[in-house]
Ligand binder design. Structure first.
Ligand SMILES: Cc1cc2nc3c(=O)[nH]c(=O)nc-3n(C[C@H](O)[C@H](O)[C@H](O)COP(=O)(O)OP(=O)(O)OC[C@H]3O[C@@H](n4cnc5c(N)ncnc54)[C@H](O)[C@@H]3O)c2cc1C
Length: 377
């Protein structure tokens, strides 16, 4: 079997569907190719935050990028609902609760550094006192050790599985072709177009976008792209459904629209091991109880480990191949947060070379490239 398209997007996680959705909405003929069910997919195991505070330390463009996406979200979520009927349950508001004076001092130091980096730009994060934070979460008393909270008016959350479903539905409603179980094995350029070989046959297009999370590492060298990414595990716990209502998400405690409470979120360097461990489960549960003692009464019903896709500076990479123009890569942590800019700002870059100011900051050239990397490629 052989299919052709204007643009092939590789990867059905969060980056691929958001960009493919944006491209299809612009009238492009897009084939979105995804691997099978048994592969790494951060898109299906994340925490659902649309988060701006603490993003982009060391790279102001990425701080702005996260905020720009959060600013687009209300309209973006409404557009998805209108087009697909799927409500992604976008909420604005969020807190990072702080335990003890040490955490307040560390957060204040982070805010000061980010403010200095932002200069006269809008860095809307501050520490608010415990009482003010408690008023935002009136139904659930904080533990005694909560001293304050990091607050940013752009933070929020969505139901990430509904977001994924809405992006795929919207993409198909706009004429896109989604092919699951179509793992891209090889990509070559035949002089006129890129040819992606999959289990379902060949797909041919003059443009190809690698948005396949960790799958990018194997594919990027085939089209002359350098994409340094590494895995990091996060473990998440889920409680039974609770009657209490958390009206906004906390950085590590988030109630889903179905009522269960998600607790997070570890950062572990364990290669691609996506298992769970008792020590981390205990640590997450203990911190949650320090934040909200009443949650100790809830039963845990599920836990999982999921692998983040991280660049060396934890900021996004968007790049076009110099050796094979028309081959693009898009990857980052924070694929939930960035879904709106991926659909509305990255898609025009790929379809029409329209880029927002400072977009070149996202090139992987910022990491340089050692001799070992060149040989590995
Ligand atoms: C524990 C945890 C919590 C997180 N919390 C948040 C959060 O609160 N907010 C936030 O914004 N982000 C969060 N993230 C990050 C977010 O989930 C990721 O940034 C996002 O999923 C990355 O999307 P992706 O499409 O690049 O990669 P993935 O979601 O990993 O998807 C990659 C896709 O590519 C496909 N693929 C791979 N190789 C191939 C191939 N050869 N051919 C075809 N398809 C291929 C796979 O099948 C998969 O569908 C979290 C992540 C983790 C692990």
């Amino acid at each position: 079997m052989s299919e052709s398209a204007e643009i092939i997007v590789v990867g059905g996680g969060l980056f691929g569907p958001a960009i493919a959705y944006g491209l299809a909405r612009r009238g492009c003929d897009v084939a979105l190719l995804d691997d099978g069910d048994d592969v790494l997919r951060a898109a299906r195991g994340n925490f659902g935050l649309v988060w701006v505070q603490s993003k982009g330390m060391g790279m102001q463009r990425y701080q702005d990028w996260s905020r720009e996406s959060a600013e687009l979200y209300p309209d973006f979520a409404a557009e998805l609902k209108e087009l697909t009927g799927i409500d992604v349950i976008y909420r604005r508001g969020g807190l990072q609760l702080l335990l003890g004076d040490e955490e307040v001092e560390a957060k204040q130091a982070e805010i000061d550094r980010m403010k200095a980096q932002a200069g006269d730009r809008d860095f809307a994060c501050e520490i608010i006192p415990r009482d003010e934070a408690q008023q935002m979460v009136p139904e659930l008393r904080f533990g005694n050790r909560v001293t304050g909270a990091g607050y940013c008016r752009y933070d929020g959350d969505v139901n990430p599985l509904k977001l994924l479903r809405a992006l795929l539905a919207g993409f198909q409603a706009a004429g896109g072709r989604y092919r699951s179980a179509a793992r891209v094995e090889t990509i070559r350029h035949d002089g006129a177009a890129f040819v992606a070989k999959t289990q379902q046959g060949r797909f041919t297009a003059p443009k190809i976008v690698l948005a396949a999370g960790h799958g990018i590492t194997r594919l990027a060298p085939m089209v002359g792209l350098y994409v340094p990414i590494r895995p990091q595990r996060g473990q998440v716990l889920v409680t039974e459904r609770a009657e209490v209502r958390l009206p906004i998400p906390l950085a590590t405690v988030r109630q889903t629209d179905e009522g269960s409470v998600q607790l997070g979120n570890s950062e572990e360097d364990v290669d691609f091991d996506d298992g769970t461990t008792l020590d981390v489960t205990r640590r997450i549960a203990a911190r949650t109880i320090s934040l909200f003692p009443a949650l100790a009464a809830l039963r845990l019903v599920r836990s999982w480990g999921c692998i983040r896709v991280l660049t060396p500076d934890k900021c996004a990479i968007y790049d076009e191949s110099e050796e094979f123009p028309g081959a693009y890569v898009a990857t980052s942590h924070s694929g939930v947060t960035l879904a709106a800019v991926n659909a509305r700002q990255v898609a025009p870059w790929i379809s029409d070379r329209e880029t927002p100011p400072g977009f070149d900051h996202f090139s992987a050239k910022r990491f340089g490239r050692g001799e070992d990397d060149v040989q590995a490629a």
